[in-house]
Design a protein around this ligand. Structure first.
Ligand code: ZN
Ligand code: ZN
Ligand code: ZN
Length: 375
């Protein structure tokens, strides 16, 4: 992630987000938020430093005060170009001076602050040393739903990213699979994602035959053969917002069990999708999908949660998992991606991004969920 996101958001949008975050922090009993470079900073300010380095960049949000972005002097010109810059006060520090003195001067000497999860430990330790009376909480744990409900412009960007990923699938299914390495198909997928407007490719999983039974298999040297099931799971960022979709294809004519397992996963994915409605708990989406797979006798072979949120990152809260009682709210966006994994044999996963509307779920991916046969 480099440069500012090209998202069509104005300084007023970022001002509103920062105010909302500061209010949420106060409601959660926090004295403020410390936000390091990463998805929270991009979402709050539109700013991503040219490179994340040992030099301190830190957004300080304290309820009732103007937001301040602490930046290295040499990067101040980049920060000034961010779409959210007019809503911020920039406080720069030069090499040889103490950035933690600058940051800590903006904070109360005691109190509990939320810190973005990806802040470097050295930076947090630097602030903590300057203010020994402070304590810290994970921003994601304290405010898990901060970025979860998307506004209309964000939903449009997520829908466009989903459509772009779908376009990549429509192309990859026309290409030959048999006789090529997984990594070759993965490279094609990455090219197709970039060709459809993605500026960043986060993953291109091509898991053929027995590799498909490993949900985290990326793509390797295995040569894909006739008769293989192949799990494809790919996505990245387009205009600052994420895509993430999975389809499982078969090289040539599938056998009866392959068809059956694929159909179970398709029905599970449909059941998870149909469970999406405002007020339903996240765990109900997981339960709905899992029940189909369990009833078919493959419960032990569905080894991961049903879904995760998506926005300026491809994995974020809310999580569709047993125990997550967070109610669904219109504007939330997340994956519904059940799978069945048969060690040593094959795997199947089907994944769509779904958004919550007043009437239920709306899919942001809509390529066929039937088993696609490839060459
Ligand atoms: Zn087969
Ligand atoms: Zn995925
Ligand atoms: Zn996913």
């Amino acid at each position: 992630m480099t440069g500012s996101t090209p998202a069509p958001f104005t300084a007023d949008d970022y001002r509103a987000r920062m105010e909302r975050a500061a209010r949420a922090a106060a409601d959660a009993g926090l004295a403020g938020l410390l936000v390091a470079p990463g998805p929270d900073l991009v979402w709050l300010t539109g700013y991503a430093p040219p490179a994340v380095t040992e030099r301190l960049t830190l957004l300080v949000l304290v309820p009732g005060r103007d937001p301040v972005l602490v930046v290295p002097t040499l990067e101040a010109p980049d920060a000034e170009k961010a779409a959210g810059a007019p809503a911020l006060t920039l406080r720069d520090w030069t090499d040889g001076t103490d950035p933690y003195a600058v940051a800590s001067a903006l904070l109360d000497a005691c109190g509990r602050f939320g810190v973005s999860d990806n802040a470097w430990a050295m930076h947090l330790l630097g602030v903590q040393k300057a203010l020994p009376g402070t304590s810290y909480a994970s921003l994601t744990e304290a405010l898990p739903m901060l970025r979860a409900v998307k506004d209309a412009a964000e939903l449009e960007l997520l829908a466009a990213a989903g459509a772009a990923a779908d376009a990549a699938f429509e192309e990859i299914r026309k290409l030959p699979f048999g006789g090529r390495r997984e990594s070759d198909v993965a490279a094609d997928l990455a090219d197709l994602l970039r060709g459809s407007g993605h500026s960043q490719v986060d993953f291109t999983i091509v898991a053929s035959g027995p590799n498909g039974a490993d949900p985290h298999h990326e793509a390797g040297d295995r040569v894909i053969r006739g008769g293989d099931m192949v799990v494809l799971d790919f996505g990245g960022l387009k205009d600052g917002y994420g895509s993430d979709t999975s389809r499982t294809v078969h090289v040539g004519e599938p056998g009866p069990e392959e068809r059956r397992v694929h159909e179970i996963v398709r029905e599970a994915q449909e059941a998870g999708f149909r469970a999406v409605r405002p007020g339903a708990a996240c765990q109900e989406v997981d339960r709905a999908a899992r029940a189909v797979i369990a009833e078919a006798g493959y419960g032990a072979r569905f080894v991961h949660r049903t879904g995760h949120g998506i926005g300026v990152t491809t994995h974020e809260p809310p999580y569709m998992i047993e125990g997550e009682r967070q109610p669904l709210v219109p504007g939330m966006c997340f994956s519904v991606e059940p799978g069945i994994y048969l060690p040593g044999r094959f795997g199947v996963r089907i994944e769509d991004i779904v958004t919550v509307t007043e009437d239920g779920g709306r899919r942001l991916n809509d390529t066929t969920r039937e088993l696609v046969l490839v060459d």
